[in-house]
Design a binder for this molecule. Structure first.
Ligand code: ARG
Length: 575
């Protein structure tokens, strides 16, 4: 373990046990970064009452037990403990981290099976920006869990079934298969849907055909299923273009759309009814999970079979949860889905628990995704008020990135590589760097800025470290130290780098990629401070200092590259 905050927590807990008895050994020492030292521990203030002693006295008793601590511990103010780590201790841990191929990141023991439900666009419409964030956040979580050694099962819960497919298939026949496929593959799903919808609303004959088509689709008519596949395959080819552009790890093997659960829905309803979990109310089959009430204080139903016999979104999700626990053997299921679906998931989870399909040993978590807003603070739309086509947005990001670096005089190939990495990196990082449940304003200028907590800033920082090695003709792998800390900026950088393992674990535990973003930003900032104060390759730098600084550069580079990799942000080879 290298993370100073974790090491200190353990040490201070041991001191608490030694000073006040075993009952106190698991109190939270409340270690926080401090302005006056590396860290402060505030535990004496919180324990004073329980111990019936003055806080400063409690603090002193803890400090006395920390005599052998590698660093200094001082009592200050009303009873804070100011803790400063010894340079030698930091240097040793930094060297250990550099020698560790995992850079201080642990391995999950035991490994868990983590099902991650993310992206999940609706095929009956065009994939829109709202799905961008769930795709990007979900993909980062998948990468982090895999890196920790967990078994990740990606599930792309496509909206690929239901009544709209009647009119979509009829419209496909009207347009002609070939023509329709070309349109869908090009990402024209929204106009395709709108055209079908307009006919459905305005043309009675079309409406009748569409309705009949729903029935033949439900009954499994082979020709209708073939047409459904034609529609879906073309749509998925477009989704795959978007995934490829974004560098998202989803593949066709991860598709587990609503249609997949269709054959299970009748059984889901029968089983729930037989178990007494679902009851018929006003003709519909419903589950009333305890604790959910509507505005009128009446129990809120989760409808699983409508009075016309049709199944809904909730029925599919109940089938999915049963499948994920029973067949996929999930230990943990993450639903990376819009925050507006919070009630739906709470009720589905509660119903699944009632049914015994979601045992207490399995956790189901809704990773709520906040809405993406336009500069006007309203739901993100084009100027004419339409929803924005995702691919256009991504193309624009790359174009803007390209314009931003145009003056640097790269050859064409390098220019293209950097624009792609910076453009996509910027879009993805902007989504990841704010907490996933808060709304966020989509702003090209801000996400593409080369300063601040942005992808370009971090990519540039990594490129700058690389260029040090390139200029020196040195392979970063050979920069192994030893590390000796002299300058404050060296010390600050080394201390910062020790926190990598802990932050990756936090991202996995709390499903919060923005913590890793914040950490990488702090790392890049610490590196900038180091780079300004501490020459590395200059002739007058003594050999040992140079070796130590190169080792710090190598560790910085590895942490930045690994960290950005976990976020799915590419690092261009130069910048
Ligand atoms: N297709 C849905 C939508 O766009 C999201 C599906 C999320 N996953 C789930 N298991 N319900 O709103």
């Amino acid at each position: 373990m290298t993370d100073p905050q974790l090491v200190l927590t353990e040490r201070v807990q041991a001191a608490l046990g030694a000073a006040f008895g075993a009952d106190f050994a698991d109190a939270d020492p409340l270690i926080r970064p401090s302005q006056f030292a590396d860290f402060q521990a505030n535990v004496a203030l919180s324990l004073a009452k329980r111990l019936r002693r003055a806080p400063r006295e409690v603090a002193q008793a803890i400090a006395d037990e920390l005599r052998d601590f590698p660093g200094t511990v001082e009592v200050s103010g009303p009873g804070f403990l100011n803790i400063t780590l010894a340079d030698g201790w930091i240097a040793e841990r930094a060297a250990e981290t550099l020698a560790d191929p995992r850079l201080g990141v642990g391995v999950a023991a035991p490994a868990q099976t983590i099902v991650i439900d993310y992206s999940a666009p609706n095929a009956a419409k065009e994939m829109h920006v709202g799905h961008l964030r769930t795709t990007i956040v979900g993909d980062a979580l998948a990468r982090v869990h895999e890196h920790l050694g967990n078994q990740v099962v990606r599930q792309n819960h496509l909206g690929d079934w239901g009544t709209p497919f009647g009119m979509l298939i009829e419209h496909l026949l009207d347009v002609g298969e070939e023509q329709a496929v070309a349109q869908l593959e090009a990402g024209e799903g929204t106009p395709f849907y709108q055209a079908a919808r307009a006919k459905f609303d305005g043309d009675d004959d079309f409406k009748r055909r569409a309705r009949e088509r729903v029935t033949t689709l439900q009954s499994g008519d082979p020709e209708t299923l073939r047409l459904w596949h034609v529609f879906m395959d073309a749509t998925i080819r477009y989704f795959n273009k978007v995934y490829a552009m974004l560098g998202v790890t989803l593949t066709d093997d991860d598709i587990a759309g609503e249609s997949m659960y269709n054959p299970m829905l009748a059984t889901v309803c029968d089983d729930l009814e037989a178990a007494g979990v679902a009851v018929v109310s006003e003709g519909a089959l419903c589950v009333f999970p305890p604790g959910f009430t509507g505005s009128d204080d009446k129990p809120l139903p989760l409808i699983i079979r409508k009075s016309d016999g049709g199944y809904g979104y909730a029925t599919t999700d109940l089938a999915a949860i049963r499948y994920r626990v029973h067949d996929l053997k999930a230990d943990r299921i993450l639903y990376v889905v819009g925050a507006d679906q919070a009630l739906h998931f709470q009720m589905v989870f509660a119903a699944a628990r009632l049914a015994g399909w979601l045992p207490e040993t399995v956790s189901a978590e809704h990773v709520q995704i906040g809405m993406m807003l336009g500069a006007d603070g309203r739901r993100f739309k084009t100027r004419s008020g339409e929803s924005v086509k995702l691919m256009d947005l991504l193309d624009e990001a790359v174009e803007r990135a390209s314009a931003a670096i145009a003056a640097r005089g790269y050859d064409e190939e390098t220019q293209a590589e950097i624009s792609q990495a910076v453009g996509m990196g910027a879009v993805k990082y902007a989504d990841l760097s704010v907490s996933h449940d808060s709304e966020y304003i989509f702003d090209f200028d801000r996400m593409l800025a080369f300063t601040g907590n942005t992808a370009p800033y971090l990519q540039y920082a990594a490129a700058r470290v690389r260029s040090i090695f390139r200029k020196g003709g040195i392979d970063p792998e050979t920069a192994t130290g030893p590390i000796v800390l002299g300058e404050p900026a060296e010390r600050a950088l080394a201390l910062q780098l020790l926190g990598f393992g802990a932050v990756v674990q936090q991202v996995a535990d709390a499903s919060e990629p923005h913590r890793l973003c914040g950490f990488l930003f702090d790392t890049a900032t610490a590196f900038t401070g180091f780079y300004e104060k501490c020459p590395v390759l200059r002739d007058d730098v003594p050999a040992e200092t140079r070796a130590s600084r190169l080792a710090l550069c190598a560790l910085t580079l590895k942490v930045l590259e690994t960290g950005l990799g976990l976020l799915g942000v590419q690092v261009p080879s130069r910048m």
